[in-house]
Design a protein around this ligand. Structure first.
Ligand code: FAD
Length: 322
């Protein structure tokens, strides 16, 4: 049977998140000869998003438009995705391992009594079966998993499986599925966002993370300047969040966000195991700490022993002058 993979698109402020394109690339790895079908849900601008999915490799996209899909709810999106699954009978479903992906996919998979592999960082094909690699024990080891029967559900960790090159010459069918999503028990009336600027942490290619060593909210300023010159995002350890130097939305680690940027600069962070759980798979790790014995140096590719208030501004100046 030829494979048909359904990729669930995820958007923010009317644009698809990059992890959607990475999910398409993941689906293509599983289904090189089969079909990659996309779904986008929302209340407006869905055609543009569908077209983007096609430029990034989807063969066909279904849009589901309804006022009750303006903001994600598990019931609303669940109904839309279930309706498309029932029409199309895909062999697999792929989505980003984001807050929404982590919430939606287990709910649908359990309804269908299907297996789910979450937080995959790579996919290989062996004997026609997709073998998913995923981190375990807070990133200290990796396991390889396959689903032996039924529909395969998978969520993929952002920044691990590269998206295909965007290609505007690609074409594909875009169709609309009409379903009534009025019969839901919860509707989001308003989303009040905390002010957050700059690059999204989970998709950032460069992260400058501050720990308790920054000593105050103002201590984050040099890190923000370095992030600006590198086009990166600012993150934090729980130590810094607990000390009220920054918002918990910046927390990276076991109980915060899991990130895999190309470059992670840990500043004034000791390197507790719970912090490493969220960042140790970053491609290049640089640690800046005044304590040469700090555990963060054990996972760092490059280490600078020194006072962060001297080192970080110096780095920013050097990079500005490059
Ligand atoms: P510290 O351990 O206090 O380290 C501060 C570092 O800054 C030190 O290494 C010091 O040498 C250095 N420093 C100080 N001044 C300077 C200076 N001027 N220049 C350079 N370096 C300087 N932590 C997380 O980060 N994320 C999580 O998700 C998380 N989840 C947890 C879950 C549980 C169940 C538990 C029990 C803990 C969790 N923690 C988490 C907390 C974790 O154990 C550590 O307490 C925390 O990571 C420490 O933060 P820190 O490295 O910023 O602070």
């Amino acid at each position: 049977m030829s494979e048909k993979l359904l990729v669930i698109g995820e958007s923010r402020d009317g644009s698809l998140r990059n992890v959607t394109f990475e999910a398409i690339a993941a689906a293509k790895k599983i289904s090189a000869d089969g079909e990659v079908l996309g779904i986008v849900c929302g209340d407006s601008d869905l055609e543009n998003q569908a077209q983007e999915m096609i430029y990034y490799g989807a063969d066909r996209v279904i849009t589901v438009k309804h006022d009750n899909l303006k903001t994600y709810t598990p019931e609303g999106y669940g109904q839309a995705v279930m309706a498309v699954i029932s029409d199309e009978s895909p062999t697999g479903i792929v989505m980003g391992h984001t807050s929404i992906g982590k919430d939606l996919t287990p709910k649908i998979a359990s309804k269908l009594e299907a297996g789910l592999i979450s937080d995959a960082t790579d996919i290989d094909m062996e004997d026609g079966k997709a073998v998913f690699t995923r981190p375990i024990y807070s990133g200290k080891a990796f396991e390889k998993k396959i689903i032996t029967s039924g529909i395969t559900f998978a969520t993929i960790r952002p920044n691990n499986i590269p998206a295909l090159e965007r290609d505007e010459t690609r074409s594909g069918d875009i169709s609309t599925k009409d379903i009534d999503i009025s019969d839901i028990r919860m509707v989001i009336k308003e989303v009040i966002r905390k002010a957050s600027e700059g690059v999204d942490l989970s998709e950032a290619k460069v992260i400058i993370a501050g720990g308790r060593g920054v000593k105050s909210a103002d201590g984050f300023k040099p890190l923000e300047e370095l992030a600006d010159v590198l086009g990166g995002a600012v993150g934090a350890s729980r130590g810094a969040c607990d000390a009220d130097y920054c918002d918990y939305s910046l927390q990276i680690g076991q109980t915060g966000k899991v990130v895999t940027p190309d470059l992670y600069i840990a500043v004034g962070i000791s390197g507790a195991i719970q912090h490493l759980a969220g960042m140790s798979n970053s491609k290049v790790i640089v640690a800046i700490n005044k304590d040469p014995e700090a555990n963060i140096f054990n996972v760092a590719d490059y280490g600078i022993v020194g006072d962060l208030f001297d080192v970080v501004p110096m780095l920013t100046e050097e990079i500005k002058n490059m």
